[in-house]
Ligand binder design. Structure first.
Ligand code: EPU
Length: 283
């Protein structure tokens, strides 16, 4: 099973093994046996924030896209949603039921679990909105492979970071506000068009490659180094948004890594800022 088929970058060789468990019981079995063998376990969401090595990934990769991990329900504005649910599906549900608060996630090509792990969000006029702000509680498997509910008070979220590294996220309760469906639908459409205007989704990519440094934009900094359009092998820095690396012609993971290195070197030289990676490298 090649990971290139499961990442939005369309890059990545085989995982050591690849599972799509049908339910929590089977997921726990997969994790237990991997741990018994001393193998690393990586959970794959929509694969939109990952650069996977073409030579393969030394881990048991688990994708939670079975029906069981995609359930959704609403009780007076508290939405319970499975980790494997695509954000686009969550938002379609919110629009249909008239639930507001999550619209800013529109256009992010991820799952609920991936978004929670990364604390996905957006920055608008220096204001940061992220999924962590909506969370009431999260259902996880802990390091002993036991089910555990983590209440809001115990959760820590930061800019593109969360406290779930040692857990497997199974689902979450999000606190939303009942509004009329039309209002929610219009807001979602607004966020999608904002994203389409600013970002480059014409070629396979993994969204913003670097995190924004404090009070600045990585895209602006990379742009100011004149790097738009710079190409190494099949990978190219977008002409539209400089924090996007595009797979324009069968790019290898090595091509992308080389471009990242070049970006970091030039931004450090010109702006004295060390950019930090937002995307995760799997090898
Ligand atoms: N800019 C440039 N040149 C570029 C790109 C941007 O000058 O090539 C300037 C823009 O003109 C703007 C500023 O930089 O003045 C910020 O750009 P933008 O509004 O595109 O936002 P961003 O900071 O680059 C952040 C998130 C995005 C999120 C948008 C939504 C990070 C690293 N990026 O981007 O998230 O979609 O806000 O507004 O936090 C992601 O995390 O993968 C991602 C794409």
């Amino acid at each position: 099973m090649l990971l290139k088929g499961h990442t939005t970058f369309k890059i990545g060789g085989p995982a050591k093994s690849f599972f799509r468990p049908a339910d929590i019981l089977r997921l726990r079995r997969v994790i237990n046996s991997a741990r018994e063998r001393g193998e690393k376990v990586l959970i794959l969401g929509a694969g939109s924030n990952i650069l996977a090595d073409d030579r393969g990934v030394d881990a048991v990769v688990v994708k939670l896209d079975a029906e069981c991990f995609q359930k959704i329900s609403n009780d007076g504005g508290i939405v319970e949603v499975g980790a494997g649910k695509l954000l686009s599906r969550l938002l379609a549900y919110c629009a249909q039921k008239g639930l507001s608060g999550a619209e800013f996630l529109a256009g992010i090509p991820g799952t609920v679990g991936g978004a929670l792990a990364m604390n996905a969000g957006i920055s608008i006029n220096k204001r940061k909105l992220a999924i962590g702000d909506l969370v009431e509680r999260v259902l996880v498997l802990d390091y002993n492979n036991n089910l555990k509910v983590l209440e809001r008070a115990k959760l820590k979220f930061g800019y593109r970071q969360s406290c779930f590294a040692k857990y497997v996220i199974l689902g979450a309760s999000l606190k939303l506000i009942p509004r009329d469906s039309e209002f929610v639908g219009k807001k979602i459409a607004g966020y999608i068009s904002l994203r389409k205007t600013a970002q480059d989704w014409a070629w396979p990519n993994a969204g913003c490659v670097f995190k924004n440094p404090e009070n600045d934009s990585a895209g602006r900094l990379i742009d100011s180094c004149g790097l738009k359009g710079r190409r190494i092998g099949g990978a190219q820095i977008s002409h539209k948004h400089a924090n996007f690396i595009l797979n324009i012609e069968r790019a290898s993971s090595r091509d992308v890594l080389a471009l990242m290195k070049e970006i970091k070197r030039l931004v450090k030289k010109k702006n004295k800022i060390i950019l930090k990676l937002e995307i995760k490298i799997w090898k």
